[in-house]
Design a protein around this ligand. Structure first.
Ligand SMILES: [Mn+2]
Length: 437
């Protein structure tokens, strides 16, 4: 393997740029990164990992990524994080028992980041790094579309390992086999790890399966990638049994059985699936990861997505009221998705308030600015990204922070056919899901 100052021609971003992009670290960091000798990840190890990924994204081609992070170090990091993640409940509670202090703590909530490494680094710097008093809840969609999904996911895992009680990583619909095979992450990994790509990809998928689905902050805020979910299917009423052998019985469409799910049902769901199923009895994970709010009342199948639900303001109210909550913060819809939903707000500021009901409100939060990275300039959205800070004593009033993209982004070839795959997650190809899972 090559050593030292490789590929100087790729080294620095355009010096003529007058953008907000921070200058790259002055000297190449010490590579390769090694696993801490005592096996204990320190804060300097995590910040060094971030700086090194930043440097590498500008200085070396993707195929030389193993010279930055050898597969053995990748293995250690992912294994350590996976063990922590798999033990967490489906819905993590962030409260006094987990160290939330009603005088000094704050909680930062982050939406989709989609492999936009430099924007994630900016966000972490802007909000302040995770600390004893600063919690983070990430709402999923770490990978796909952007070119540095692997770096983003790994640096978040490193924070999780460093501060398991302060950093919470929820699962997004893109943390799945189906999405990563269509939207770039699988190819990104294979480009970066070559012969070890399959191994690395498999380990990432295993880790995705461990990610929890939702969080409740201070007993007041529910967060999840997609949002609300249905109740587990209950067989239709006993009236059917009384009509003995009535051959004319009309098929009772299951749509009538759609009810809002409870937190107890969410807790019992089996989240450890490569692709959340859209049929069968384990539908809650797919709902939580794929559903969208609607301005129409009630629950209905999310036909546009092919999986998950649409839920109305009445459902938001029912859920908030039932659990004495004030806010739902979900993500999942970027500027492209909102472009086609005229009755909901656009995503140019990185967030929208979708439902305002008696008990509180529903917010969509999206943290990938100037998205998607690889769309042709004319078709790209110059949206800002945003994060939300929740502050004591009640943690139930969102403070919005919008931010611009870090530009220019280092030049890199896309890992998926962005000309063909224009719309986020639309028209989910169920046949291909069956074949793949
Ligand atoms: Mn999503």
């Amino acid at each position: 393997m090559e050593e030292g100052n490789i590929h100087p021609q790729l080294e620095s971003p355009n010096p003529k740029s007058n953008s907000t992009s921070p200058p790259p670290p002055p000297a190449p960091p010490q590579i390769p990164i090694t696993w801490p000798e005592d096996g204990v990840v320190s804060s300097s190890w995590v910040t060094n990992l971030m700086h090194t990924f930043d440097w590498a994204s500008r200085a070396i081609p993707p195929s030389e990524f193993p010279s930055v992070l050898p597969v053995s170090v990748f293995d250690k990091l992912v294994l350590t994080a996976s063990k922590i993640l798999h033990k967490e409940p489906n819905c993590v509670k962030i409260d006094e028992d987990s160290g939330l202090n009603s005088e000094s703590s704050s909680v930062v909530v982050v939406g989709d980041v989609h492999g936009q490494l430099h924007d994630v680094l900016f966000l972490l710097g802007d909000a302040g790094y995770p600390s004893e008093d600063r919690f983070f809840v990430f709402n999923g969609d770490y990978v796909d579309r952007g070119a540095w999904g692997l770096e983003v996911f790994l640096l978040l895992l490193a924070w999780k390992v460093l501060m398991p009680q302060r950093v919470y990583l929820l699962r997004g619909n893109h943390e799945s086999k189906y999405c990563t095979s269509v939207y770039g992450f699988e190819k990104e990994v294979s480009m970066k790890y070559g012969d070890n790509g399959k191994h690395v990809y498999r380990k990432c998928l295993g880790c995705f399966e461990g990610l929890p689905l939702a969080s409740i902050i201070a007993g007041k805020v529910y967060t999840a990638h997609g949002g609300l979910f249905r109740g587990t299917f209950v067989t239709p009423s006993k009236r059917g049994k009384n009509k003995k052998k009535n051959r004319k019985v009309v098929h009772n469409p299951e749509v009538n059985a759609l009810t809002l799910g409870s937190l107890e049902e969410l807790e019992k769901a089996r989240r450890s699936v490569l692709d959340p199923p859209w049929e069968g009895s384990n539908l809650i994970p797919g709902d939580v990861l794929w559903s969208d709010p609607s301005m129409n009342a009630g629950l209905s199948p999310n036909k546009e997505r092919g999986i998950g639900l649409l839920w109305g303001p009445d459902c938001t109210e029912e859920f908030l009221k039932k659990y004495n909550l004030k806010l739902i913060i979900r993500s999942h819809e970027g500027p492209d998705a909102r472009d086609k939903r005229q009755d909901l707000g656009g995503m140019d500021k990185g967030y929208t308030v979708d439902h305002i009901v008696e008990s509180g409100k529903l917010i969509t939060l999206f943290s990938a600015p100037d998205y998607p990275q690889f769309q042709a300039t004319a078709e790209r959205y110059r949206n800002k990204g945003a994060f939300i800070i929740l502050e004591p004593p009640h943690f139930d009033t969102p403070i919005y922070h919008s931010f611009e993209a870090v530009t220019p982004r280092p030049k890199v070839n896309p890992y998926y056919d962005f000309e063909d795959v224009i719309d986020s997650d639309e028209e989910l190809d169920l046949q291909s899901m069956v074949a793949d899972s």
